[in-house]
Write a protein that binds this ligand. Structure first.
Ligand SMILES: NC(=O)c1ccc[n+]([C@@H]2O[C@H](COP(=O)([O-])OP(=O)(O)OC[C@H]3O[C@@H](n4cnc5c(N)ncnc54)[C@H](O)[C@@H]3O)[C@@H](O)[C@H]2O)c1
Length: 665
């Protein structure tokens, strides 16, 4: 009861006691002090407008201190007293079950077991915020508790603008995060406007309440590693005893060894930060920890001879491994890199030749010299990778700006045309043509009852549906179906649930809708409780990101964002329970527009109608665009969809004979 009362109260009626930061939790780094004195006054006025006047004098001092100490005003004092975690949906005080589902997902994204910096309302990625401050959280929960199914709550970068009259068919919540006038979308603009309290970085799933812990990244990385091996190996050849060499055991990169184990190879993952490597080892995400290069060489050779499936964390620099394996002639089948090169000068990449500690001090004591060292290291790393690829290694960029930064460092990574890189990105070669262009992408769900047995039941249903579809599927998509059936059947054993009872798999439009229909029927039959559907933003249609999700669009439109905007608008009037659109995601502020949705299945016939209508568009919008961009796989998929769906008709491209163009110049 205590929880429900506090939740419906919103901003408390009397000033709560001051709260300290919990030192046992991870905290957001101190942000840059970018505001002038006038701007600081503005930030304080902005923060104080959430509270009654009588509190202003006290809070003004406190918030100024937060701004000075942390670079942001989080309003720590207003954190709720109840524990933060997703509760069973019926425990939420709500007039609308849809609103209750959203409350559940918000709390899950702020659960300290799930969120990276929970007291700063950051879910993942260092800056992926659910709200900017605790006042926004409190007000939003209050609005959700009192709203009906004929109102919509509009959230501007975490700020609840309010409840507006709408209809039962409208989304209950519309989320926008970080939407800027394009000329004000540079990284420093985020620092300034976020510090002012008027915008936030929602990353992808944080600001849309759809993050479900590391399960999503493990699944995506597994699909990528398995398909990369397929590109490299002969038909039917097993990855057992074959090497996948990469770097990084951090937030997302830490999924690589687990994915390598599921894919069945030898994963060697270098990590300079011993604490990060040991943490992953203690969590069981990597099998073996090695600190000595000699030992790494002999252990790797043994693993090759025994055709093992094993993952090895090397505590050291990735450049040393590439170079040493080259000297030892250890053949690497698959190579990549997941150091944080989207942030090269402030700890994302550690140069070879310096210890972890030496780098950490150099980057602040002499940033110019540090930059020179990073660029030297990148040139050395690429030179060594080039020697491996000359022997037959398949190397791909993992969406971490490795090739971009290496090219800026003058490394030998450009293709002969001087425009493209000589190596592909994982979306260009793997996820784009093998998954997205056919409509395969992330489909996730959360069992809102909170019961593990509901999740197990939905796993079983999803596997049955996919197996049935696979019997009738064309050759082109058989592999994707098989991979995801294998994944979902083993999903329970992989014990990936953190926070809410959530699951993810990749499916196409037909698969997503049929699985959702099966769930809705099971809810109607009383076999399971309500289910929240969603997806991450790393998908077919939701995201325009020229160096990642849409990097395999080659008609010049990869720098446009029409698809992502069309998608969120299209989803919103086709039945989504909430929709979201964000500037910034894994690749940076100003570099991507990405959107998502959430949908509550409650067993009703209305949910049947909504899910079919919305999931169809949410996948086929992107396939239509990819087909128009002349992507072969998407052209196949869209023709197949038009055959299956009578009132669906899209514009298809006519392919020009290249000779006609060649003769012109
Ligand atoms: N996994 C995915 O599907 C995916 C998709 C797209 C992009 N990415 C990108 O991958 C990058 C990594 O993400 P993260 O969340 O793991 O970041 P992170 O910063 O948590 O982890 C990166 C790790 O690399 C280590 N490192 C840096 N330089 C090194 C070196 N020279 N040798 C060995 N280790 C080194 C760091 O110590 C750190 O632990 C990001 O740029 C992210 O955007 C990942």
């Amino acid at each position: 009861m205590f929880f429900q009362e506090q939740l419906t109260q919103g901003i408390p009626s009397s000033l709560p006691a001051k709260k300290k930061r919990d030192s046992s939790l991870s905290h957001a780094p101190k942000r840059k002090d970018v505001l002038s004195e006038i701007e600081k006054r503005l930030a304080l006025s902005n923060a104080l407008r959430y509270f009654p006047k009588e509190w202003h004098a006290t809070l003004a001092q406190e918030f100024l201190k937060e701004l000075q100490d942390f670079g942001r005003i989080y309003m720590y004092r207003f954190q709720p007293d109840y524990t933060m975690h997703a509760r069973p949906i019926q425990d939420y005080p709500a007039k609308s079950i849809q609103a209750a589902a959203i409350m559940l997902m918000i709390q899950n994204n702020l659960d300290p077991a799930v969120a990276q910096h929970p007291q700063e309302l950051i879910t993942y990625g260092g800056n992926g915020a659910v709200f900017q401050n605790w006042a926004q959280y409190l007000l939003t929960m209050k609005y959700l508790a009192e709203m009906t199914d004929t109102q919509t709550l509009h959230l501007y970068s975490g700020h609840p603008m309010g409840l507006f009259p709408s209809s039962e068919n409208a989304p209950r919540v519309v989320v926008t995060n970080g939407m800027m006038i394009p000329n004000y979308s540079k990284p420093d603009d985020w620092e300034k406007f976020n510090a002012l309290g008027v915008t936030q970085y929602g990353q992808m799933t944080a600001g849309s309440f759809m993050y479900i812990g590391p399960q999503g990244i493990v699944h995506g990385t597994t699909i990528t590693v398995m398909n990369a091996f397929r590109k490299k190996l002969k038909n039917g050849e097993s990855p057992n005893g074959k090497i996948f060499l990469t770097a990084g055991l951090g937030g997302m990169s830490g999924a690589q060894p687990k994915a390598g184990n599921i894919a069945g190879c030898i994963t060697i993952c270098a990590e300079v930060n011993a604490t990060a490597a040991r943490k992953r080892h203690a969590q069981g995400w990597v099998d073996v920890l090695i600190e000595d290069l000699e030992e790494l060489v002999s252990r790797t050779k043994l693993a090759k001879i025994n055709q093992e499936v094993v993952s090895i964390a090397f505590i050291g620099n990735i450049v040393d491994v590439w170079e040493r394996f080259d000297q030892e002639n250890i053949f690497v089948e698959l190579g990549s890199d997941q150091t944080s090169l989207h942030n090269p000068w402030a700890g994302g990449y550690y140069p070879v030749g310096l210890s972890f500690e030496e780098s950490n001090s150099l980057m602040s004591s002499d940033p110019e010299l540090f930059k020179i060292k990073v660029q030297e290291s990148l040139r050395r790393q690429v030179a060594s990778i080039n020697r491996h690829t000359a022997k037959g290694t398949y190397f791909f960029d993992y969406g971490n700006a490795f090739l971009l930064e290496a090219s800026r460092a003058g490394a030998d990574v450009m293709a002969e045309d001087g425009i493209l890189f000589k190596y592909p990105s994982y979306v260009q070669d793997i996820l784009g043509p093998m998954c997205f262009d056919y409509g395969f992408g992330p489909f996730r769900w959360v069992c809102a009852s909170g019961k593990p047995e509901d999740l197990a039941y939905t796993d079983k249903l999803a596997a049955e549906v996919l197996e049935e579809i696979m019997n009738e599927s064309p050759e082109e998509i058989q592999q994707q179906m098989a991979d995801n059936i294998r994944w979902i059947k083993a999903a329970g054993e992989n014990k990936m649930v953190v926070g809410s009872q959530a699951r993810i798999l990749y499916a196409d439009a037909e698969g997503r809708a049929k699985i959702a229909l099966a769930f809705n029927k099971a809810i109607a039959d009383g076999k399971i409780g309500p289910v929240v559907l969603g997806r991450d933003h790393h998908d077919v249609s939701g995201t325009d990101s020229p160096f990642r999700e849409t990097s395999n669009i080659y008609d010049g439109s990869s720098f446009t964002a029409d698809m992502a905007i069309q998608n969120v608008i299209g989803d919103s009037f086709r039945g989504a329970t909430w929709v979201s659109i964000h500037n910034g995601g894994g690749v940076g502020w100003g570099e991507v527009i990405n959107g998502g949705f959430g949908m509550l299945l409650d067993g009703s016939s209305d949910a049947d109608r909504r899910l079919q209508m919305m999931l169809f568009y949410d996948v086929n919008n992107g396939i239509a665009r990819r087909s128009w961009a002349r992507n072969k796989e998407a052209m196949f998929a869209i023709e197949r969809e038009m055959d299956r769906t009578p009132n669906f008709k899209v514009t298809v491209p006519n392919l020009v004979n290249p000779e006609i163009l060649e003769n012109l110049f």
